[in-house]
Design a protein around this ligand. Structure first.
Ligand code: RAM
Length: 352
């Protein structure tokens, strides 16, 4: 009698098929995102799922501020035992993130963290992401509130806006023409801060806002806009640039112009980019928070959402690793903390 032998090739092929089917199950028709298992790490009151998939999307690649911010996001993802992918456009224009959000949906992450270039342009794509079970967390620059569950704000927007006017007022004796050099005309964060700057300016009747210029968070454009402001307004006393790209380009222009020390410059900058301009006398004082902490907090908020520990409702609390614990405020807003002012006395204590 002849024995029937199963050739090895058939066994290997069958095994491969079985594995392929198992992998498909999670991928195609499942309405929910991610492949996280439910083995959990202790997270205080609740359990963060391990193996969560995170994507984070900056306003644009190549902006040092955004790189630090998304580095903080990645640090938190590592602590949480998840995986992280950075996906971003090369410019900060209103719709540049839309195709990237659409391709991210195909990858089915559990969490998408985004610094929005425009509150509305990205909203339909983000709502689609939510329908596929992806928890969307905006940070740095908000998106339409119904297109995300949580917005991690670096500090209170009102304080950020008003403080910049106060700093400039101190530097120019509360008097004279001033201008704002912003990022893009659509940026949610800069536009919110400018709204509060205008409010605060009502307390300084002798300070006159003559122009809001837009450098588009592009170094060269911001440099040229600074030059344009100084030429168009020869009596200009001060500039507020609420963007790290804008303030560093404006400082570079001013530092080698004859207006150095005559036209005050403040706003939001990173200490590492601004150090030399504080030391050479171009800039007296500016402000910021730690961008890495903004990203870090956003990843923890996303993990808490994806682990079903919170839903984004006011009053909910979640653990935020080395930052302790945070509470969701009104409209899904979570605030990191107050901004820091940097000047020649303290700038060397910071390295970011
Ligand atoms: C730029 C970006 C960012 C903003 C900082 C202050 O890097 O516009 O969104 O938060 O400045």
């Amino acid at each position: 009698m002849e024995r029937i032998r199963t050739p090895w090739a058939v066994i290997v092929a069958l095994l491969a098929l079985t594995l392929a089917f198992a992998a498909c199950g999670d991928d195609d028709e499942e309405p929910t995102a991610g492949g996280a298992n439910t083995t959990a790490a202790a997270a205080g009151d609740g359990e963060i799922k391990r193996g969560l998939k995170f994507v984070s999307m900056p306003k644009q690649l190549g902006n040092p501020y955004e790189e630090i911010e998304h580095g903080g996001f990645e640090e938190a993802v590592k602590e949480l035992g998840g995986t992280h992918e950075l996906v971003g456009p090369t410019d900060a224009s209103a719709s540049s993130q839309v195709p990237l959000i659409n391709s991210t949906i195909q990858k089915r992450p559990d969490v998408l963290g985004i610094a929005g270039n425009d509150p509305n342009a990205v909203a339909p794509a983000l709502r689609n992401a939510a329908k596929r079970g992806i928890d969307v967390v905006a940070f740095d620059s908000d998106v339409a509130p119904d297109a995300r569950k949580i917005f991690v704000n670096q500090a209170s927007s009102e304080q950020i806006g008003r403080d910049q006017v106060k700093i400039l007022a101190e530097q120019i004796g509360e008097e004279g023409e001033i201008a704002i050099l912003s990022a893009t005309a659509n940026a949610t964060n800069q536009n919110t801060w400018i709204k509060f700057m205008r409010e605060e300016l009502k307390n300084y009747p002798n300070m006159k806002l003559v122009k809001v210029a837009y450098g588009d968070d592009d170094d060269q454009k911001s440099f040229q806009e600074t030059q344009g402001l100084l030429q168009a307004y020869p009596n200009l006393k001060g500039i507020i640039s609420p963007t790290t790209v804008g303030i560093s380009a404006a400082a570079r222009y001013l530092s080698s112009s004859d207006k150095k020390g005559e036209v005050a410059l403040t706003g939001l900058g990173t200490p590492n980019q601004m150090r030399k301009f504080v030391k050479d006398g171009t800039v007296t004082e500016f402000a910021l928070w730690n961008p890495a902490d903004v990203g870090y907090l956003a990843a923890y908020a996303g993990a808490a959402l994806a682990s079903d520990l919170i839903t984004g409702k006011e009053g909910e609390k979640f653990k935020s690793g080395k930052l302790g614990e945070h509470t969701v405020g009104k409209n899904g807003e979570v605030i990191l903390g107050p901004p820091t002012r940097f000047n020649k006395e303290n700038i060397d204590e910071f390295d970011f």
